[in-house]
Design a protein around this ligand. Sequence first.
Ligand code: AGP
Length: 361
Amino acid sequence: MNIFKKLFSKILSKKRTCMENEILEEPEIIFELIKKYVNNDYTINVSLPSKTDKIAIIASGSSYHCAAIAANFIRENVHCPAQAYYASEISLLKNFDVDDTTLYIFISQSGETSDTNTALNIIAEKTDNTLAVTNTKNSTLYINSKYKMLTYAGKEKSIASTKAMCAQTYCILLIAAKLLQSKFIPARTFIDELLCVPEYITNAFNKREEIKKYSNILINYENAAILASGMFYPLAKEGALKIKETSYINTTAYPTGEFLHGHIAILNKKCAVIILADSNNLEYVKKILSSINKNYKTDILIFQSEQNFNITDAYIIPILSENDIEFLFANMVLMQLLAFETAKSLLRNVDKPQGLSKIVK
Ligand code: AGP
């Protein structure tokens, strides 16, 4: 590194970026959401239509990843059909079925993303069952939706969404809790887990030094793959987006098992591998590690939930989580920090990546 780069990096490391501040605000934001939306008797303080048979969640970018995590969670745990849609694809469909028993949830930090608002206009012509989950009161999305839920994340200045994405995900999980209650399915244990989210995030902050170490390895790569399964797969897509946006490292997410169906060949080029290993995808993780050991050379980072799984030749960050909610929020924050530390080490303009703007009109 030449002397000017060294000096610049020193100056930069002293001045906190908005992205870093915004990540660090997350536990406090979730505390506020608990105060606003979770009543003492564990009821959830959000208005929803009285009859909901299906859920469609529509959004763009990070907000779409939040939609996909939530749709996965709702299908599995609320036993209600739920599907996430890219907002930009809705207007391209010849027939997008709209009916009165589906709740259409629109997620947007800004409430001004044109793709998401166009999708809302198309759907709102046919039904009143529209709910905006947004960080911006009185935004177009907020005004034009019948039901509303604010994410109270405060102004997000960094182009890469971190605290807003975290708050949106939390809000949608509160909606899932409300849906469980409306179906008379016990939700207390799940809500207890949600109440612990600020603590889960704070615990993840304690792993920052390990993240820094791996980010100093990641900067040597032009490509990276993130592998995960179930509702953690859209989370991996979010991690990939964060790394791409801030570091410009070409990062792609794959469902863990699917990676073995040919995609693994990308490791013939220099490509870092990051794996979210929960107890469900362990067998695939073992197969992938054995194939990497035999055929390829790369630096692997594993966010590992399973205690009884010994791995060598990889950087391990243990997240010995009691439940999926902890694994979800811990990984969300750790991947945000990984993107941040990597971009910072590469001397990127973390808050204003080249060619991007905060609202896509
Ligand atoms: C996220 O880091 C991005 N900046 C981008 O994908 C963003 O989430 C997307 O454009 C949607 O924005 P919105 O939430 O304001 O609608």
